[in-house]
Design a protein around this ligand. Structure first.
Ligand code: GLU
Length: 304
């Protein structure tokens, strides 16, 4: 596949797309970003790299970090994990409370906020120093020991954490949170505050395009079967109540974050990260989705 040619065409497309999204305001610190930033980085499993724009600039990966926390928790718990969190699309916004009461404190999947909070609770139970070990894991798979949490973003989220606090309290009432609520929330806010570049993200999650093995380090991160399942959850749940739309338009497993990032995986081929801070009404990067749709349309290659 001639990705270089597609990326040259993409450069024109990026300028052509009118960005209708908005930078989110519910985490105040996330507004301190230039809304017109745009970066994209594609890494193939045989080591080719294609990139455009601000692909080497760090941004707040927010919910994309939930892929890393899921990988860690799944590795530690195996199938016991699914007793505390489901694998079904939610069809509701990322921070929705309604289903949780009907479903007795068991979140639909690990990517909605409630599910990610349960995953953080598991990591708090299983790891001696959860924040340090999560960061070490992300640094390890991405090959960059300088990846950091952003304490300003974590603090900003803590100050406006009313909905996440409501979610975790409800789950605690259903005995699906085992640790102290403030400890788990602190891990969650730090997880979401990780800052990475498109290049680091594409590299860091490339193992999901390669049956669980990081092709550069030649290191297995997860088993083949777990890699398949994580991709399946990304396909069905990675974009909240827009997961169907992303599947329909892009046709790849992926995960978005309210920092404007999206990671998408083409199993057997590549991983790609895109960053454009303005979000659509469902909380996913407006331009990011459009450009990934352009990519899979032009290359005529998706999982379908
Ligand atoms: N930290 C954000 C929150 O909990 C993550 C949401 C997202 O990126 O989708 O609200």
């Amino acid at each position: 596949m001639d990705y270089q040619k597609v990326f040259s065409e993409m450069a024109a497309e990026v300028d052509y797309i009118e960005d209708h999204g908005k930078v989110p305001s519910y985490i105040p610190e996330l507004q301190n970003v230039d809304p017109n930033k745009f970066g994209i980085h594609l890494t193939t499993i045989d080591g080719q790299n294609f990139y455009l724009g601000d692909s080497n600039e760090k941004f707040s990966i927010q919910s994309i970090a939930k892929v890393f926390s899921l990988v860690l928790a799944f590795g530690l718990e195996d199938d016991r994990l699914w007793e505390r969190v489901g694998v079904e699309p939610s069809g509701t916004p990322f921070n929705s409370l309604v289903q949780l009461e009907y479903e007795k404190g068991i979140p639909r999947n690990p990517f909605i906020n409630a599910g990610a909070l349960v995953i953080c609770d598991i990591l708090v139970s299983r790891l001696e120093h959860p924040k340090r070990e999560i960061l070490d894991f992300v640094r390890g798979v991405s090959g960059n020991p300088a990846i950091e949490y952003c304490s300003r973003v974590a603090e900003s989220e803590k100050l406006t954490s009313f909905t996440n606090a409501a979610l975790i309290n409800l789950m605690k009432a259903y005995s699906n949170i085992h640790n102290d609520i403030d400890v788990v929330l602190d891990v969650y806010f730090h997880l979401c505050s990780i800052e990475m570049t498109c290049q680091e993200l594409a590299q860091g999650l490339l193992f999901l395009a390669n049956n669980g093995v990081n092709p550069f380090a030649e290191k297995r991160v997860v088993s083949e079967s777990k890699s398949k399942r994580i991709n399946a959850i990304m396909q069905l749940c990675g974009f909240y109540d827009e997961a169907g739309e992303f599947s329909f338009k892009v046709g790849l497993p992926g995960k978005s974050g309210v920092g404007g990032g999206i990671i998408a995986i083409y199993p057997g081929h590549y991983s790609i990260a895109v960053w454009s801070p303005k979000l659509n009404a469902k909380g996913n990067s407006y331009k990011g989705m459009r450009i990934l749709e352009f990519l899979t349309t032009r290359t005529k290659a998706s999982i379908f």
